[in-house]
Design a protein around this ligand. Structure first.
Ligand SMILES: N[C@@H](CCC(=O)N[C@@H](CS)C(=O)NCC(=O)O)C(=O)O
Length: 388
């Protein structure tokens, strides 16, 4: 199989850590705009990495379903705990790492001037080589676009900035607590929570100059863990992973964030989507993240997690509820239907509607939005959700 990746990409780092640890053979292809446009977009409907092309020509996209799919083909050693309670909580934390840790990782990449300058140059050079503009200008344009979409367009304000900034330091402190007692966050072997948190920690925090310096001094344990996960190989570890439960005090921070902040964010996004809105406000940590973009993909994330929760046996569900009880309960939305479950069935359907020339040009200039560019479905066109 071929993994299409970018060297500074959050989700590519996550995927590669998984493939390397599992020792799944793959050819590594670093993408540029041309590959994104001419190979990845037609095959997957997005210009995003990582994606995988299997030896038989079929494609996979999106790290979360990709890992699920690969786990079913390469089950040993598992990264997803087989115990249903640990499995569900791991998936919850993976999703939080993907969707709620993203903004802060972008903040630390694009806000400090030394990181911003370096990354604009790097991206201009490595990804945008064929852009019809000098590399530095293309990199500058890309950086401004990331800032506009994922920071100022995603709730960064004077009020929220200290919390966005502080999330990184909180992650470091709490990961350090966990790593003082075990080589990986969840025990003896890399697991889904390591892979998920590797997203922000590797290509952004450990490698972008400003946050990297902080990690080196504030949490060398995390710096060492980044190297350990990258270098982990299944055959060098005992055959049976031993994954702990979530009772270690280091998990309290993550569970609280998931229950008090992330899950309500997913609910608010899903409700706004059902109401056909474009933006919504979200209160967390006593401040308001204003005018967050409603993202259909995150309605899908909630739908998947709710399905996982509902599939738990009664005993397992009670156990999950008890573990989360100090922080609250997971409210569910009845009848939630993002309409994206089928889109994420892997391998992807080969016949896909192709973007028009105009859509391609728009994508090249504005970047791939969070949502589907080619088959936009208006909210409300599928069964709509109502809250319970
Ligand atoms: N949910 C997707 C997210 C993939 C994603 O957002 N990739 C980023 C790089 S880390 C990307 O390709 N962005 C392209 C752009 O912003 O134009 C996954 O888990 O794979």
């Amino acid at each position: 199989m071929t993994a299409f990746v970018a060297d500074m990409s959050y989700f590519s780092g996550k995927m590669e850590a998984y493939l390397r640890y599992k020792e799944i053979p793959f050819e590594r292809r670093v993408v540029d705009m041309k590959v994104l446009r001419s190979e990845i977009l037609p095959a997957t409907g997005l210009m995003k990495v990582p994606v995988i092309r299997l030896a038989n020509g079929q494609w996979l996209k999106d790290t979360t379903p990709m890992i699920d799919w690969l786990e079913s083909r390469y089950p040993e050693p598992p990264v997803i705990p087989r115990d249903p309670v640990r499995r569900f909580l791991s998936k919850l934390i993976e999703d939080y790492a993907d969707e709620w840790c993203w903004r802060a990782a972008l903040y630390w990449r694009w806000k400090p001037i030394e990181s911003r300058r370096l990354l604009m140059r790097r991206i201009g050079h490595e990804v945008l080589g064929d852009f019809p503009a000098p590399n530095w200008l293309a990199g500058w344009y890309y950086g401004r676009r990331q800032i506009a979409t994922y920071l100022t367009g995603d709730g960064l304000s004077r009020e929220t900035e200290p919390y966005i900034r502080g999330q990184y330091l909180d992650l470091l402190d709490n990961m350090r607590l966990l790593l003082e007692d075990q080589p990986y966050l969840h025990g003896s072997h890399p697991s889904l929570v390591d892979i998920g948190l590797f997203g922000p920690m590797f290509r952004h925090y450990a490698q972008d100059p400003t946050p990297s310096r902080i990690m080196e001094t504030r949490a060398p344990e995390v710096f060492a863990w980044v190297g350990r996960v990258w270098n982990a190989r299944a055959h060098r570890l005992p055959a049976e992973p031993s994954f702990s439960d979530f009772s270690h005090p280091g998990w309290a921070y993550f569970l609280r964030e998931v229950v008090e902040v992330y899950w309500p964010f997913l609910l608010a996004n899903a409700r706004a989507w059902s109401a056909g809105e474009q933006r919504f406000d979200h209160r967390a940590h006593g401040v308001v993240y204003e005018r967050l973009k409603v993202v259909r993909y995150r309605v899908y994330c909630l739908e998947v997690l709710q399905n996982e929760y509902r599939a738990l046996g009664e005993g397992a569900r009670r156990c999950v509820d008890e573990i989360l009880a100090p922080y609250g309960t997971l409210e569910l939305i009845e009848g939630l239907d993002s309409g994206l479950l089928e889109e994420h069935q892997l391998p992807l359907r080969p016949e896909r509607p192709q973007p028009s020339k105009l859509q391609r040009l728009k994508l090249a200039l504005s970047g791939t939005p969070w949502d589907m560019p080619v088959e936009p479905t208006k909210p409300g066109s599928s069964k709509n959700s109502s809250s319970s």
